[in-house]
Design a protein around this ligand. Structure first.
Ligand SMILES: NC(=O)c1ccc[n+]([C@@H]2O[C@H](COP(=O)([O-])OP(=O)(O)OC[C@H]3O[C@@H](n4cnc5c(N)ncnc54)[C@H](O)[C@@H]3O)[C@@H](O)[C@H]2O)c1
Ligand SMILES: O=C(O)C[C@H](O)C(=O)O
Length: 343
């Protein structure tokens, strides 16, 4: 039986019949995902990765320019989702209608020497206008905010939604998955453990010292010397800057971010579809600390956030990091709230 199967596969191969791999199409309910900023450095590979995701049935790609080309290109991939491209503000409503998940990588990236907060003046306005449209056209969607500075853009989104009467704190997420991706990679290399087996929670926010990896909770636990933990923490906090400097004026992380954004959106879709025990770190409305928004582990479900987990036991070094990050994170959150309310 087995040998005849092997024979028929060999025959098919020799005839050149097995040339393609079909992605799964038996993948759950209809789900529409919209990517806003889909023609950008993150937007394009993220659109590709969402096209490969069998949980997506409809993929809506929006940008202020160049989306028809990106959509035409991605749409030729033989996977489940139907792809539509939308360009220009007059088509934003159509792009958003019926979306279950909206991912926002729209906005300018850093150049060497800039902080994420230096992007505020341009990106705050972009995020605000996109969130006004989300409130109008897809008020029930889960929103994944990638645009920087995340520590401020998430509070801006919350205020815009609050003012529009559509705010659901369970459905707004700052995407901090790239910090977790980096912490796992750097830890695995230093601890000499298989990266696929590694888990590291990263809490706080998404800028410099507000990024706090909790290596004391990393698994598998390697009991690394304190100096190594200090160096790993700094590298994780400066991971974005490492890429910005290496790209030397040509933007910031796009490929690793697309991977991280696709992972997080996939987790949101799994949660919506009722898959149990989907847990990711994300910057959400929180009562874990005295700050109104904070990144920590959250359990995702049919309503978005089902549970925000506490920080767990921290090392003295992490406790110190936590106290140090609070003033900066507080002021970035307040800056976002103030912007949304005064403009
Ligand atoms: N959260 C994270 O971990 C993380 C990681 C990397 C980058 N980022 C941030 O993501 C953002 C995008 O980075 P990028 O490298 O893709 O930049 P990019 O310049 O390559 O692409 C941005 C895209 O946004 C589009 N855009 C601008 N205004 C828009 C609007 N009003 N509506 C829709 N689209 C609009 C542009 O046309 C462009 O295609 C930056 O703010 C960057 O700092 C966040
Ligand atoms: O560093 C940046 O400006 C982009 C992003 O926030 C990152 O962490 O790579």
């Amino acid at each position: 039986m087995r040998s005849s199967m092997v024979r028929s596969v060999r025959t098919a191969l020799s005839r050149g019949q097995i040339l393609r791999r079909d992605y799964s199409v038996t993948s759950g309910p209809e789900r529409k995902v919209a990517v806003l900023g889909a023609a950008g450095g993150i937007g394009q590979p993220l659109s590709l990765l969402m096209k490969l995701n069998p949980l997506v049935s409809s993929l809506s790609l929006y940008d202020i320019a160049a989306t028809p080309g990106v959509a035409a290109d991605v749409s030729h991939i033989n996977t489940r989702s139907e792809v539509k491209g939308y360009v220009g503000e007059e088509n934003l409503g159509e792009a958003l209608k019926g979306a279950d998940v909206v991912i926002i990588p729209a906005g300018v990236p850093r150049k060497p020497g800039m902080t994420r907060d230096d992007l505020f003046n341009i990106n705050a306005g972009i995020v605000k206008s996109l969130c006004l449209a989300i409130a109008k056209y897809s008020p029930n969607a889960i929103v994944n905010m990638i645009s920087n500075p995340v520590n401020s853009t998430v509070p801006i989104a919350a205020e815009v939604f609050r003012k529009a009467g559509t705010y659901d704190e369970k459905k707004l997420f700052g995407v901090t998955t790239l910090d977790v991706v980096r912490a796992k990679t750097f830890y695995a290399a230093k601890a000499n453990v298989p990266v696929a087996a590694v888990n590291v929670p990263v809490v706080g926010g998404h800028a410099g010292i507000t990024i706090l990896p909790l290596f004391s909770q990393a698994t598998p636990q390697a009991n690394l010397p304190h100096d190594d933990i200090v160096a790993l923490t700094k590298r994780t906090q400066d991971g974005g800057t490492e890429v910005v400097e290496a790209k030397a004026g040509k933007g910031s992380a796009t490929l690793s971010m697309a991977y991280a954004g696709a992972l997080f959106a996939d987790a949101c879709l799994k949660g919506l579809n009722g898959v149990p025990d989907v847990v990711e770190c994300s910057f959400v409305q929180s009562s874990v600390t005295e700050l109104p928004f904070f990144a920590s582990k959250v359990r995702l479900g049919k309503n978005g956030v089902e549970e925000v987990y506490g920080l767990g036991p921290l090392s003295d070094f992490e406790k110190e990091g936590l106290e140090k990050l609070k003033p900066e994170l507080k002021s970035s959150i307040e800056k976002g709230i103030k912007f949304a309310n005064q403009s």
